[in-house]
Design a protein around this ligand. Structure first.
Ligand code: PEP
Ligand code: MN
Length: 338
C-alpha cells in the first residue's frame, strides 16, 4: 500500500500515519520527493482493511501495490534509482561499464587490469576475492589479500570496487574494502545473506539466479530493500535453458521488463551469459540497445593463464575494441557511456 500525502501535509501528519501503521504491526517506509511525501506500508496488508487511511489528515490518495514486491516496484517510486559511489553514477541515464578479472590473482595483475580497463572507458572495477566455484577442488579466491589488492588498485585509479560476498561471516571484511557488494547468481535466494546486506549502507549488485524468474529476482531485491537498503543494482547474467552452445542464455527481454516493473537500475553481464569470448561484444551491444544501464565485463591481462573463466575473459585490447564499437551505438541511442 502506498499512501500519497498532499503537498501541504506536515511532519505531524506523517508521524501520525507512521505511528498508526506501526501500531498495526506494519513497517513504514518514508520517501520524501521534491513535491510530495509518500509512505509505503509494508507487511501483512490485510490489517490495513481495518484502518481508514484515506481520512487521515494530510492524505491525498491510498494506492494498493498489486505486485508482491513493493519497495522496489515502479508503483512505489516512479523515478529511476541512481547509484552513486566515489563520484560514479549508475542508472537514471548514466550508463557505466564495470570491468575486471573474474578473480583477483595478485597485486600486479589487478593493478594492470584496472589501469587498462580504465584507459578504455570503464569507470568501475570488478574482481572476485571469494569465488563461488562449482567444484570444491577449484581455486576459491585469495580472500582478504585479494580485497587489499583491490583497494590498492582502487586507490591508484580512483575506480570504485565491485566484489562478491558469499557468506554473512565475511560481511565485515568485504564492507571494509568494497564499494559495491556483489551477490552472485548462486546466492540470489540466500535470504539470510540478502537480509544482512540489506542492513548495510553499501550498494548491492544482485545477480539473477541461474533458474530464477524475474519475479523471484525482484522478490530477492525486495528482501534487501525491506531491511532499509534501497541502493540495489540488478544484474542479468544469463539463465539456464536447454541450449548448450552458450554457457547460459542471455535473457535480453529481462531488460525492458525490469525497467517497467522496477525503478532499480539493471546491468548486463554478457561474459557469464556467453561463456565464450567472441560472443561478449555482440551481447554487450544488444544489452545497450535494449536499454540496460550498464555492463559487467570480465577482462584479464592474459586470459590464457586465468585461474577461472579464462574462456570468456577479454584481453585488454579486445575490451578496448569493444568499448570503441559501443560508442557510436550509444551515440545513436542518445546514451552516454561513463
Ligand atoms: C562472477 O561475477 O564472477 C560470478 C561468479 O558470476 P555469477 O554469480 O553470475 O556466476
Ligand atoms: Mn567469472
Amino acid at each position: 500500500m502506498i499512501i500519497v500525502l498532499k503537498p501541504e501535509s506536515t511532519e505531524q501528519d506523517v508521524n501520525n500515519i507512521v505511528e498508526r501503521l506501526q501500531h498495526a504491526g506494519l513497517r513504514a517506509h518514508i520517501s520524501k520527493g521534491e513535491e510530495r511525501t509518500i509512505i509505503g506500508a509494508i507487511g501483512d496488508e490485510r490489517v490495513l482493511k481495518e484502518i481508514p487511511l484515506e481520512v487521515f489528515h494530510g492524505v491525498e490518495q491510498v494506492i494498493p501495490i498489486l505486485n508482491p514486491y513493493k519497495l522496489v516496484s515502479r508503483e512505489f517510486q516512479k523515478n529511476d534509482t541512481v547509484i552513486e559511489t566515489k563520484g560514479v553514477r549508475l542508472g537514471g541515464g548514466h550508463f557505466q561499464v564495470i570491468a575486471g578479472p573474474c578473480s583477483v590473482e595478485g597485486q600486479g595483475m589487478i593493478l594492470e587490469a584496472a589501469t587498462k580497463v580504465k584507459a578504455a572507458g570503464a569507470r568501475l572495477l570488478r574482481g572476485g576475492a571469494f569465488k563461488p566455484r562449482t567444484s570444491p577442488y577449484d581455486f576459491q579466491g585469495h580472500g582478504e589479500d585479494a580485497l587489499k589488492f583491490l583497494a590498492q588498485a582502487s586507490a591508484e585509479t580512483g575506480m570504485p570496487i565491485v566484489t562478491e560476498l558469499m557468506d554473512p561471516r565475511d560481511i565485515e571484511v568485504v564492507c571494509k574494502y568494497a564499494d559495491i557488494i556483489q551477490i552472485g547468481t548462486r546466492n540470489m535466494q540466500n535470504f539470510r545473506l540478502l537480509t544482512e546486506v540489506g542492513k548495510t549502507s553499501k550498494p548491492v549488485l544482485l545477480k539473477r539466479g541461474l533458474s530464477a524468474s524475474i519475479k523471484e529476482w525482484l522478490m530477492a531485491a525486495e528482501y534487501i530493500a525491506s531491511e532499509g537498503n534501497r541502493q540495489i543494482i540488478l544484474c542479468e547474467r544469463g539463465i539456464r535453458t536447454f541450449e548448450t552452445a552458450t554457457r547460459n542464455t542471455l535473457d535480453i527481454s529481462a531488460i525492458p521488463i525490469v525497467k517497467k516493473q522496477t525503478h532499480l537500475p539493471i546491468v548486463v553481464d554478457p561474459s557469464h551469459a556467453a561463456g565464450k569470448r567472441h560472443l561478449v561484444t555482440p551481447l554487450a551491444k544488444a544489452a545497450l540497445a535494449a536499454g540496460a544501464d550498464g555492463l559487467m565485463i570480465e577482462v584479464h591481462p592474459t586470459p590464457e593463464t586465468a585461474l577461472c573463466d579464462g574462456a570468456q575473459s577479454l584481453p585488454p585490447e579486445d575490451f578496448a575494441k569493444m568499448m570503441a564499437e559501443l560508442a557510436p551505438l550509444a551515440a545513436a541511442l542518445g546514451t552516454q557511456i561513463g
